[in-house]
Design a protein around this ligand. Structure first.
Ligand code: ZN
Ligand code: ZN
Length: 134
C-alpha cells in the first residue's frame, strides 16, 4: 500500500474505491489541479461521486501533511509535492509548474520582528508551450 493510502487509513478515513482513485489520480498529478478538475477526470468511472468527496479526501490528506493547498487567486489547488518549493504560473494558459528552491536567485532575508516559517514565491510569465504557439 502506498504511503499516502497508509496515511489516509491511519487518519481514520475508510478507503473506498472512490477515495483510492482520488488519491491515485492526485498523487500522479503534476498540474496542481483543483478539486473540480480531479473530479472531472474521475467522473466517468464514478458517476455517483461528488466534488465534495474529492475535496474532503484532499483536505484529509492535507491535515496529515500529505497535500499542500495552493492559493493562486482562483479556486484552491492541490499539490502532492509537500517538499518546500516555488511555483511558476503561466499568465496565458494558467499552467503551474514546480520550481526547485535551488533555482532561487537570491536568498530570502530574515524579517526583524517576525519568525519566518517559509517563503513561498510565485514566478509569473509565459510557459514554453504558450511561447511556442505565440
Ligand atoms: Zn501557458
Ligand atoms: Zn507544486
Amino acid at each position: 500500500m502506498s504511503p499516502l493510502l497508509e496515511a489516509l487509513r491511519s487518519a481514520g478515513l475508510r478507503l473506498t474505491p472512490q477515495r483510492l482513485a482520488i488519491v491515485e489520480c492526485f498523487a500522479a498529478d503534476e498540474t496542481h489541479s483543483t478539486a473540480q478538475e480531479l473530479y472531472e477526470r474521475l467522473r466517468d468511472r464514478f458517476p455517483t461521486m461528488s466534488v465534495a468527496t474529492v475535496y474532503n479526501t484532499l483536505s484529509a490528506l492535507g491535515s496529515i501533511g500529505h497535500c499542500r493547498q495552493l492559493d493562486m487567486g482562483g479556486p484552491c489547488r492541490f499539490d502532492p509535492n509537500v517538499a518546500p518549493h516555488d511555483h511558476a504560473v503561466c499568465e496565458r494558459c494558467g499552467a503551474i509548474r514546480d520550481v526547485e528552491l535551488a533555482r532561487r536567485t537570491e536568498q530570502a532575508r530574515e524579517l526583524p520582528g517576525f519568525e519566518v516559517a517559509r517563503v513561498e514565491r510565485i514566478y509569473r510569465g509565459i510557459c514554453a508551450h504558450c511561447a511556442a504557439v505565440a
